[in-house]
Design a protein around this ligand. Structure first.
Ligand SMILES: C[S@@+](CC[C@H](N)C(=O)[O-])C[C@H]1O[C@@H](n2cnc3c(N)ncnc32)[C@H](O)[C@@H]1O
Length: 480
């Protein structure tokens, strides 16, 4: 699989740019492009100036954005920046940002001289997202403001200099500049390295320094902070515990896998369990990301994770209190024409038994879909009992039934319903799990479940993950 296949499915740079066309459009690229022996036009990514020119040309061609940067400042590469924006869109779909009329409000911590994330966020959302951009370095604040003005986006992006006194990252800005406001998300591409000077270059497993395949751009001040990214992100986590849902979803990118694991532990230790993780893969660079929320209405375990599914050795959210998902292969590939048809069949079936279904993410190119199911009562496990209750006049809501679930020979789980008054004979050697359900109606959901549909090489699989509800995790297996 090509490296670019790991990019977000909506990332336009999964397809490498056609340099021949690009050079025709922007002749200034000629000075950094070369033609190889087969006549192919190539760009040398180890040349800082080439990386800078390429980002500028792609921003203009693909987003209509004009960018200028002072010398020695971090040059934003677009595939990575776009992977982060698309992941935020996925989070927004779960948090239902698009269902609201008022703008979606975000904060970018450390917007840099480019102000790249706020610019992309506003343009990519057709100006639905409005951004506050915070930056500590005075010269970068000036440059970020100039880029916003250059693109006439002052009504959508508010660049703020970081407060120097309090040494906070979010608290002072939130309390002094926006004391009565709420935000939908914050994002951050933190300074990765420890300013003590350790590990400025990534190392391989032998401890030797790897030759960078891309030109490294950016100044020490932009890339380093005391204690490195773990200290920086831990401070954001601490401050989020005070700010709680004044920001609905906190997110940050992470530069190293080791830090990603540490940050998962920091979140866990702070008893923050509503989290999501992702991995952004582009070219030879891999970054990680984490999101967390104190907002009950946002279930981050619903955020699809196609990029992560493609990547080995990473399992964000593996310590979710909701337990492992229940999964099952539903159809062979030849049985159904597309993932969309699988979705339609599932939706029809679930609605026929009064389970509400909301499609959170459905993209035609994607091999993954995410649905959210909500049931107000148990409508799936006692149909026969209900019919009988209808005849005798007993309330079905209070009918008590026993669910038998057993592993069959193929390792898949089957759930069957038996009335208490007509016991099924037990099969030899069979290990049964019994649970007793009473269904009584209240306004709380009986159960809320994330349902993921995955297209794999051997067929269409579904995975169900318990999110909330008084029915508890066992009921997920019954729905499956
Ligand atoms: C890795 S750069 C990211 C720049 C830009 N967002 C991008 O992705 O290209 C980190 C930025 O965070 C800024 N920064 C560092 N500490 C900060 C703080 N406490 N508050 C706000 N910005 C900070 C740095 O000056 C730098 O511009």
């Amino acid at each position: 699989m090509a490296v670019n296949d790991f990019m977000h499915p909506r990332n336009r740079y999964r397809q490498k740019p056609n340099f021949r066309q690009l050079v025709k459009l922007y002749p200034e690229l000629n000075e950094v492009a070369s033609v190889d022996i087969s006549g192919k036009v190539k760009l040398d990514y180890r040349n800082k100036h080439a990386v800078h020119l390429l980002s500028k040309c792609l921003l203009l061609r693909d987003f209509g954005l004009k960018l200028e940067l002072p010398p020695n400042k971090l040059v934003p590469t677009l595939p990575l920046r776009l992977n982060y924006i698309h992941w935020l869109e996925d989070i927004g779909a779960v948090a239902r940002w698009e269902e609201r009329k008022d703008p979606v409000r975000g904060i970018d911590i450390g917007c840099g001289a480019s102000c790249i994330y706020p610019l992309l966020a506003v343009v990519q959302s057709n100006k639905r997202w409005h951004m506050v951009a915070i930056e500590k370095a005075t010269d970068s604040v000036e440059s970020a403001k100039a880029n916003v003005i250059r693109n006439k986006l002052q009504s959508y992006i508010n660049v703020k200099a970081q407060k120097q006194e309090g040494n906070t990252i979010l608290l002072d800005v939130m309390q002094q500049d926006f004391p009565n406001e709420r935000f939908d998300f914050c994002m951050c591409n933190p300074p990765f390295f420890d300013s003590s000077g350790k590990a400025m270059q990534p190392q391989d497993r032998t401890g030797r320094r790897r030759e960078p395949s891309n030109a490294s751009t950016g100044s020490i001040e932009e890339l380093c902070t005391e204690g490195g990214e773990v200290t920086f992100i831990s401070q954001i986590i601490d401050e989020s515990v005070q700010l709680k849902d004044r920001i609905s979803v906190y997110t940050t990118m992470i530069g190293h896998k080791k830090s990603f694991d540490t940050i998962q532990r920091v979140l866990n230790n702070a008893s923050i369990h509503n989290t999501a993780g992702s991995r952004f893969c582009q070219g030879n660079t891999t970054r990680w990301a984490v999101a967390w929320s104190f907002d009950d209405k946002v279930s981050l375990s619903l955020v699809p994770n196609e990029q992560m599914a493609n990547c080995k050795n990473v399992s964000p959210g593996k310590k979710k209190p909701t337990g492992k998902p229940f999964s099952h292969r539903l159809f062979e590939l030849s049985e159904v024409e597309s993932i969309k048809s699988v979705q339609e069949r599932i939706v029809t079936k679930l609605r026929s038994i009064d389970i509400d279904v909301r499609t959170v993410i459905a993209s035609n190119q994607a091999k993954e879909m995410m649905l959210e199911l909500t049931a107000r009562e148990n409508t799936w496990s006692h149909q026969r009992r209900k019919r009988r209750a209808g005849i005798t006049g007993t309330s079905p809501q209070k009918a008590e039934v026993t669910i038998m679930s057993s592993k069959n020979g193929n390792g898949t789980t089957e759930c069957q319903e038996y009335n208490n008054d007509r016991k099924r004979p037990r099969l030899e050697g069979e290990k049964d799990e019994e649970c007793s359900l009473t269904s009584d109606r209240t306004d709380d959901p009986y159960i809320r479940v994330a349902l993921q549909i995955l297209q794999k090489d051997d067929g269409y699989h579904v995975a169900l993950q318990f999110l909330a509800g008084r029915a508890g995790k066992d009921a997920v297996n019954q729905i499956l």
